[in-house]
Write a new protein. Structure first.
Length: 146
């Protein structure tokens, strides 16, 4: 199962305060463990929301909004994408994670991705094939960039 691990933003992350070198080293060691175990697929930190945009789709129109965005606890400051056997395994890895935002209360959300099987037999074969083709194309591009 593929899981997205969302590190929620805090006041410091929204203020653009970068993590200490000590935390960067701790996270680097944790990420090395994830890679060695074949769990880590991707991950990164995000800049504060003041540098972002949102697009709202409503009534057939698109509206662009510039950051910063309120409700800091609902924003995302970083993410990992993990490949695990179960949500329990993901939680075990999370328990080993260094505190992502030292000195502040912080929250991390773990959410599984949908998989093709979740859509059941109603999912048109044509759409399944398209999905597989697009995934292969993306993987090929990633490999060519490395």
């Amino acid at each position: 199962m593929k899981v997205m691990v969302l590190v929620k933003a805090t006041k410091n992350s929204e203020d653009g305060i970068l993590p200490s070198m000590e935390l960067m080293a701790e996270m680097g060691r944790f990420n090395e463990e994830l890679v060695a175990a074949g769990v880590l697929l991707d991950g990164d930190g995000l800049k504060p929301s003041r540098q972002g945009k949102r697009v709202r789709f409503s009534g057939g129109k698109q509206t662009v909004m510039a950051g910063p965005f309120s409700q800091t606890n609902e924003l995302v400051a970083g993410f990992w994408i993990w490949q695990v056997k179960s949500m329990e395994e993901a939680l075990e890895w999370m328990k080993r994670c260094p505190v992502p935002m030292p000195g502040e209360d912080c929250e991390v959300e773990l959410r599984p991705f949908y998989e093709m099987e979740d859509f059941g037999p109603e999912m048109a074969q044509e759409l399944r094939e398209q999905e597989e083709r697009l995934r292969r194309e993306v993987e090929k591009r990633i490999q060519n960039d490395e």
